[in-house]
Design a protein around this ligand. Structure first.
Ligand SMILES: [Zn+2]
Length: 133
């Protein structure tokens, strides 16, 4: 599937999303399955293996960001356990009014979640910030 789907996205975002879909984004589960080193558990919440789906949808960090986002995609929540499936449904909305804009915004939110996760992991600005928010 062509990822950009006619979306007007910055290269940085496209590349990020491509890595998410191809399980190349270095979340803990991916690193662990490659190297057998480290810990597959999520460092943000400690409540599960950090897969891409966990990172983007189920982590407390992600839940918090989605809660404040202007777009929710309630109708396709059930597909969140499989990013490709979810993406497939999302792309189905591309031809709706402002659909493409909403999809681009959504990927931007996912990017914000990843950046926020990295703050926690690399700068140790986790727990407190998450709890306060
Ligand atoms: Zn987590």
């Amino acid at each position: 599937m062509e990822i950009s789907c006619g979306l007007n996205m910055k290269h940085k975002l496209k590349h990020f999303w491509w890595k998410c879909l191809h399980t190349i984004l270095p979340v803990n589960e991916v690193i662990y399955s490659r190297t057998k080193q480290g810990d597959p558990i999520c460092k943000c919440c400690g409540e599960g293996v950090e897969s891409v789906e966990h990172l983007l949808f189920f982590c407390s960090n992600a839940v918090n960001i989605w809660r404040h986002s202007p777009i929710l995609w309630d109708g396709i929540q059930e597909y969140r356990t499989n990013l490709w499936h979810w993406w497939d449904e999302l792309i189905g909305a591309a031809n709706r009014e402002e659909g493409r804009k909403h999809i681009t915004l959504t990927i931007n939110i996912c990017w914000q979640i990843w950046k926020s996760r990295n703050e926690v992991v690399f700068n140790g600005q986790g727990e407190e910030g998450v709890r306060r928010a």
